[in-house]
Design a protein around this ligand. Structure first.
Ligand SMILES: NC(=O)c1ccc[n+]([C@@H]2O[C@H](COP(=O)([O-])OP(=O)(O)OC[C@H]3O[C@@H](n4cnc5c(N)ncnc54)[C@H](O)[C@@H]3O)[C@@H](O)[C@H]2O)c1
Length: 462
């Protein structure tokens, strides 16, 4: 099937709403449901987690994502544990269940179960089943298709449509990403499927690319791998700059960024440079597990992906390098007291999966450091307290976390941490800004600010 590009339709031009079932109400499923409802579709969400469905029925959003609560207010989206009832009336079924990492491979157990339940429930004339979960190429047109056909006793392309529609939202800005996507990618089994999916996305002002199922699956991995590689590329230079006095990575990259090749689509500076910034590494539920799955899947086909493996290896080393940078600045770190500010993997979310901040906490504890920690979200603080059972003092405020410490590491770019007085009350005011939160902010005299990608001179003990 040739790649097709639809022109963006004007915002606000809503077609007649379609009946949609969304299977899985995690970050992707619930954001998808809320945003599709916001443009006029009729949505029923399904989750096998009864507590989650009950919470949704009470109008509670089970996790933190900016703008989501407002979008779900007023009971716009129905929720149930009953896949059959939701699928029976749906024109489109979007499968959004998790595809986590299992020993470096992709775990498709939840997808298989969801596909079987959807298959058993397929009725009506040509409902379209679309996989939105991230899956290795070939999954939709082999595994998912086989399960759907077996369980429904129907044929793909004749009795139901089959699509692969990868999701590119980023946690923390998921609602905005979904409402104003850079592009919508539609892998479609056939033209009829493609037409139904195009109708679903008509209200969204974005280029719509229609392609084969495997290509759509591959787009998602290629996009994630590119971003992760850019981050690791920059962090490799960060580590090098940190080892050499009188080089500031930020200045080096500022010069690199001025290459027009890296411009955003508007000719502005928002393009690839967003990922060419030193930091403490990437985390979250996607990059680490998607890179692992891609590499595992390629290896099984006899193909090595050394660039992808290196991007992962560099990222794995990054928290240790950051702790080393701090140790160098403090003249040793054992028995020091260090605060970690920001525990979720990025601002605007409560997701702790593969969080670099938590990795720092682990590395610091392993080095005999007394660790205090803070995150602006109460639910995050509660979970980290439970996770570390007293080994880490998780405080209600950032000021309490830094009080009496030898250093603080800013691990998440929460704007809350961008304050002149952040180091007030510290025993030794050393701030390691892992995310550039304090960039351009004048800090009071006496505060040592360690920036990523710069050499850290040893600071004096008070
Ligand atoms: N989180 C992201 O930022 C993001 C972005 C793009 C793509 N993705 C991909 O989207 C998929 C979902 O990610 P997520 O972060 O939303 O996952 P998640 O783990 O937050 O949520 C998955 C939900 O699916 C439910 N579920 C599992 N099996 C089910 C079944 N048979 N029937 C009904 N519900 C079921 C679970 O109870 C859970 O609530 C993954 O493949 C992920 O890689 C995630």
């Amino acid at each position: 099937m040739p790649i097709q590009r639809n022109q963006p339709s004007p915002v606000g031009e809503h077609p007649a709403g379609m009946a949609v079932a969304v299977i899985g109400t995690g970050y992707v499923g619930l954001v998808t449901a809320a945003c599709l409802a916001a443009v006029g579709h009729r949505i029923t969400c399904v989750d096998r987690d009864r507590d989650r469905v009950a919470a949704l029925a009470r109008g509670e959003v089970p996790f933190h994502e900016d703008g989501l609560t407002a979008l779900l207010a007023g009971g716009r989206v129905a929720a149930t544990t009953d896949t059959a009832s939701a699928v029976a009336t749906a024109e489109v079924v979007l499968i959004c269940v998790g595809t986590p990492d299992r020993d470096g491979a992709i775990d498709l157990t939840a997808l298989e179960a969801a596909a079987a339940e959807v298959g058993r429930s397929l009725t009506g004339e040509f409902p379209v089943v679309a996989v939105k979960s991230t899956v290795v190429p070939g999954t939709t047109d082999t595994l998912v298709r086989r399960i759907l056909e077996q369980e429904s006793d129907r044929l793909a392309g004749r009795d139901f449509g089959l699509a692969m529609n990868p999701e590119f939202l980023s946690q923390g800005s998921a609602v905005a990403d979904f409402m104003m996507p850079d592009r919508i990618v539609l892998g479609a089994f056939d033209q009829r499927t493609a037409a139904v999916m195009a109708r679903l996305y008509r209200p969204f002002p974005a280029p719509l690319l229609t392609m084969g199922l495997r290509e759509a699956e591959m787009v998602k991995y290629a996009a994630n791998a590119l971003q992760a590689t850019l981050i690791s590329f920059t962090n490799q230079f960060a580590a090098l700059c940190e080892a050499i006095p009188r080089i500031d990575l930020a200045r080096v990259m500022e010069a690199v960024h001025l290459d027009r090749m890296l411009d955003g689509p508007d000719g502005g500076r928002a393009g690839a440079t967003r990922f060419l910034k030193g930091g403490i590494g990437f985390g979250g539920s996607c990059f680490p597990k998607d890179l692992a799955a891609l590499s595992w899947w390629a290896r099984r086909r006899g193909i090595e992906l050394p660039l992808i493996d290196a991007a992962q290896a560099i990222n794995t080393r990054r928290p240790t390098q950051v702790v080393e940078l701090l140790a160098q600045a403090l003249g040793g770190i054992c028995q020091k007291r260090v605060a970690v500010l920001g525990l979720a993997f990025k601002p605007g979310t409560d997701d702790l999966r593969e969080s670099p901040g938590l990795k720092l906490v682990g590395r610091l504890l392993a080095r005999g450091v007394e660790v205090t920690a803070h995150d602006p979200l109460p639910e995050v603080r509660q979970r980290v307290r439970a996770m570390h059972r007293g080994a880490v003092l998780v405080t209600e405020t950032a000021a309490q976390a830094v009080a009496g410490t030898d250093a603080a590491i800013l691990a998440t770019a929460w704007p809350d941490y961008r304050r002149h007085d952040l180091a007030n009350g510290m025993r030794r005011p050393v701030l390691l800004d892992g995310r550039g939160v304090l960039d351009g902010l004048e800090m009071p005299d006496g505060v040592t600010l360690l920036r990523i990608g710069t050499y850290a001179p040893t600071t004096e003990e008070p």
